[in-house]
Write a protein that binds this ligand. Structure first.
Ligand SMILES: Nc1ncnc2c1ncn2[C@@H]1O[C@H](COP(=O)(O)OP(=O)(O)OP(=O)(O)O)[C@@H](O)[C@H]1O
Ligand SMILES: [Mg+2]
Length: 506
């Protein structure tokens, strides 16, 4: 049980989504509970509006932005986690980490209002496809928000835990098909009572509901332009119309899940314009997007080393998995496997809460994660370099891979080392540079006597259960530790500064 009688020991699970954020916890009686707003809503929109009064997070930010404009409005920043992207609003510059911290802070404050105590320990969900910089940024967002102990879990793994708990599923292989508003993951998980062993994950952090919205917005815009009698040039210049239609598209898409056609009216330059859209038109326009998901799901199955007959269930979760065509495509791809849609909006927060209860208290869930991206090092001579992959994605964590380098010259003073993440499959040892993402570049000082081609420079990595990496270089017996954090790790003073930015949340 997570909560002590003195109310001190709440640990929570938080799913920080691109569109919606949810928090779940084990209540004092050991029941899994999703924290709610006074109006009963369980998810908080991942949106922030800056006002003179303070920062508004959640649905009020969205409502107010709709009338007051989107100038000081932040959303969709999850896709930028771990990058150098920033946004300046009302003379303050925010990183995606700080934007995320604002939303996490809001969740913690809401919890405090509901239960009288602020949680300090949490499991945060991350897309299975997140690499090292994104995972690090998420942990930092948690720290800025005021959390002291943070562990990560992949969203699909968390959803799997919640599914198994609620459906009393104890043994077998499950494919989790998690399509949210911004990201997609297909994970294969082997379940054995309370043990959840991830076998593989395929995903994209730039494939989610937003992309379906854009495709639908294009169809709606076409219809509206025709009905209004506007030229394409006029339409391209009308930013407000585009913005309105994108907001409209999301609503229409959700309606098309339950209806075959939707007729609606949009206001264009003060004139009401009515259009009708059929579900088929939407499905045709997004066919390719849907097929990309199915391909990734089948690749995940293959990387797990399994076949259709080995799979007991496909569990579809995430709001966007409700699109009517989606289940049909999944069923077509795996016709003999039972497919369930499970708790699209809160499955991940619930699974994270169950895992939090295990890592911070006496719960019994065991998670065995895998490395999300292949790790490699740039090798070769000038102009002819490639990435040499050292350890492949889907390798069980934790682990400690090694690579051996030799100097190119006698008395060489430094070794230049560039560490990359790639999507290379196991067994593919070389990846060309443009297909990799450089995490960090090091100039490693070499110690002791260096002989060309003879001295061994041993590079050790350790990857922990959260997928975070440390690097140690051993040259002539002298071991140096290197920070792998892409320059994204924040010093305590920076955390303090960021903490100031997440105050005054309304
Ligand atoms: N009935 C519905 N039919 C189709 N799509 C829906 C429906 N309801 C919600 N959605 C879509 O689900 C998406 C939000 O899902 P969800 O809350 O799972 O995403 P998220 O967790 O915020 O994002 P992510 O996990 O990708 O970071 C939005 O794109 C929304 O339009
Ligand atoms: Mg999600």
């Amino acid at each position: 049980m997570s909560q002590r009688e003195d109310g001190e020991d709440y640990c929570v699970g938080i799913d920080l989504g691109t569109i919606n954020t949810a928090l779940a916890f084990m209540d004092g009686r050991g029941d899994l509970t999703v924290d709610k707003d006074p109006d009963g809503s369980m998810t908080v929109p991942t949106s922030v509006l800056f006002t003179d009064m303070g920062k508004i997070v959640g649905s009020k930010a969205e409502t107010k932005a709709r009338t007051e404009g989107y100038g000081n409005f932040l959303s969709g920043f999850k896709r930028q986690m771990g990058t150098k992207y920033t946004r300046t609003v009302m003379n303050s510059t925010y990183t995606p980490t700080e934007m995320s911290a604002l939303v996490l802070r809001k969740m913690l404050l809401r919890f405090e209002e509901n239960h009288g105590v602020m949680p300090t320990k949490a499991v945060l969900c991350v897309p299975g496809d997140y690499g090292i910089p994104e995972r690090q940024a998420t942990i930092q967002a948690g720290r800025i928000a005021g959390l002291e102990a943070i562990e990560l879990i992949n969203e699909p793994t968390a959803a799997c835990i919640a599914y198994c708990k609620e459906n009393k599923f104890r043994n077998g292989n499950i494919i989790i098909f998690d399509l949210g508003g911004g990201t997609f993951d297909a994970s294969v998980v082997n379940v054995n009572n309370n043990r959840f062993k991830v076998l593989s994950n395929e995903g994209s952090r730039s494939l989610g509901g937003k992309d379906w919205n854009l495709h639908l917005a294009n169809i709606i815009q076409r219809k509206v332009i025709d009905a209004y009698g506007m030229t394409q040039k006029e339409a391209d210049r009308n930013m407000k119309m585009r913005q309105d239609i994108i907001v409209e598209a999301r609503r229409v898409k959700e309606l098309l899940t339950v209806r075959n056609r939707v007729t609606d009216t949009v206001d264009i330059n003060g004139t009401p314009v009515t259009y009708t859209i059929r579900r088929e038109e939407f499905e045709d326009a997004t066919y390719e997007l849907n097929m990309r998901l199915i391909t990734m799901m089948m690749n995940a199955l293959r990387s797990a080393g399994l076949r259709e007959k080995d799979i007991s269930r496909v569990v579809m979760t995430g709001g966007e998995s409700q699109i009517s065509a989606m289940m049909r495509y999944v069923d077509d791809a795996l016709p003999t496997v039972r497919t369930d849609i499970f708790d699209p909006f809160t499955s991940m927060a619930k699974g994270a809460a169950l895992y939090a209860d295990a890592v911070f208290s006496d719960g019994d869930v065991i998670v065995e994660p895998v490395l999300s991206k292949t790790l490699g090092i740039k090798a070769g001579v000038d102009g002819n370099e490639t990435i040499y992959n050292i350890v492949f994605r889907s390798t069980p964590l934790p682990m400690a891979p090694n690579a051996l380098f030799r100097p190119k010259r006698d008395d060489q003073e430094t070794l230049e080392l560039e560490v990359y993440e790639t999507k290379a499959n196991p067994g593919t040892y070389y990846t060309s540079l443009p297909y990799g993402f450089m995490i960090r570049k090091f100039e490693i000082p070499l110690t002791g006597k260096i002989y060309r081609g003879r001295t061994k420079i041993n590079v050790h990595f350790t990857v922990d259960l959260n997928g975070l990496v440390q690097m140690f270089v051993d040259c002539n017996g002298e071991v140096t530790e290197f920070d792998m954090s892409n320059g994204m790790t924040m010093l305590p003073t920076q955390i303090m500064q960021s903490k100031k930015k997440v105050m005054n949340i309304l």
